[in-house]
Design a protein around this ligand. Structure first.
Ligand SMILES: Nc1nc2c(ncn2[C@@H]2O[C@H](COP(=O)(O)OP(=O)(O)OP(=O)(O)O)[C@@H](O)[C@H]2O)c(=O)[nH]1
Ligand SMILES: [Zn+2]
Length: 347
């Protein structure tokens, strides 16, 4: 890799502002990949292989993070504040929240101009982007197979004031060029969406990688692409594309704020309901249902809003329960250890 400047890596005045006199001599670096024992990062001094200090887990860091490092010792000193953070609820593991990517400026929400186009799914992704702090861009691939791609754009943009949408052919010569405004000059971009919508095709176009979708798919029994564990890949325009396996399995996590942003109009109405705990279904004095009755609010939109809120609440409850279970488990282990020590002591 050619030498990169901090600006190339996405460094901004917001980062400089976080430096203190004590940081003199430390090397700013952008985290590329994180494994259990090691962090690889990119810096103006070249790629770095880093370990954490003392007992700190590498799990505190994620692709896209900015850190300050002792480059000579190969140690991470500290992490700078994150502008944005994509997380997901970890399935089955003890951890509640799994970090997916940090400092993603624009989240490309990929769907296609066909049966994959699903309003509820788009709203869920929009809420995810909003709760992470990323600018959402709805990318409608396979425009070449649709009769009226503009109609898809209009329907996508109608979903929320936050949404801008572009219909495109991901396989066209100019595919990367179309996405350039979001993926050049140190900007960080990431792609989410269902399987088969064209994420790999777009990623390859943006990074100038060989088209891996044609042959690799057949060879790989699990249907995985060689490109899924890339971490931080430079785009042909000098921006960054974050592509990690976790990106492919994002779920709603702590998204109340995000849902509120996507459904700002509905949220505003809920403030006017007669009862504070109004479920916006059949309660008297419900401003949301009143708007539906008056024809100023779409009933289906309200249904989708309520469904997302419920989904987010259930996730939150599940994580509280898990935390409680973990506490019980810790207590139990302590008791068992204490008991076995007592036993050993008797021997
Ligand atoms: N005609 C047409 N085909 C496309 C377009 N985008 C993607 N494809 C094709 O759709 C198929 C799936 O594309 P991928 O890029 O592998 O999709 P993906 O989102 O990475 O899928 P996963 O890796 O399963 O998540 C491939 O055969 C692509 O060539 C498009 O805009 N137009
Ligand atoms: Zn109500």
């Amino acid at each position: 890799m050619t030498t990169l400047t901090l600006a190339d890596l996405g460094w901004s005045p917001r980062h400089s502002a976080q430096l203190t006199d004590e940081d003199a001599g430390a090397t700013p670096a952008r985290v590329n990949k994180v494994s259990r024992s090691r962090i690889t990062a990119l810096s103006a001094e070249g790629p770095l292989r880093l370990i954490t200090q003392g007992e700190e887990s590498t799990g505190n860091y994620v692709t896209g993070d900015w850190v300050l490092a002792d480059a000579a010792q190969g140690i991470v000193l500290r992490r700078l504040e994150r502008d944005t953070l994509l997380t997901r609820r970890a399935a089955g593991s003890g951890l509640d929240t799994q970090l997916i990517a940090a400092n993603v400026d624009t989240l490309g929400i990929v769907t296609s101009c066909n049966a994959d186009f699903n309003i509820a799914r788009l709203e869920r992704y929009l809420a995810m982007a909003a709760s992470a702090g990323c600018v959402p861009l709805i990318i409608l691939t396979k425009s070449d197979t649709a009769e009226d791609p503009r109609d898809y754009e209009r329907r996508a943009e109608a979903l929320s004031p936050l949404a801008s949408a572009i219909a495109m052919n991901a396989k066209a010569e100019d595919a990367a060029e179309v996405l350039k405004p979001w993926a050049d000059n140190g900007q960080t971009f990431a792609l989410v969406g269902s399987s088969g919508v064209g994420k790999t095709t777009l990623a390859n176009a943006l990074t100038g990688a060989e088209d891996a979708t044609a042959g690799v798919r057949e060879d790989d029994a699990k249907g995985r692409h060689t490109t899924t564990s890339r971490g931080l890949a430079q785009t042909i325009f000098g921006g960054w594309l974050i592509d990690t396996p976790g990106m492919r399995a994002l779920r709603l996590n702590d998204a109340a704020d995000g849902i509120g942003a996507v459904f700002a109009d509905v949220e505003a109405l809920t403030e006017q309901c007669k009862f504070r705990d109004c479920a916006h279904e059949t309660e008297p004095g419900c401003a949301v249902q009143a708007a539906v009755a008056a024809g100023t609010l779409d009933a289906d939109r309200v249904k989708r809003f309520l469904k997302l809120v419920r989904e987010d609440e259930i996730n939150q409850e599940a994580s509280h329960e898990r935390r409680a279970r973990e506490r019980d488990f810790k207590k139990m282990t302590k008791t068992v250890i204490a008991a076995s020590k007592r036993k050993r002591g008797k021997k």
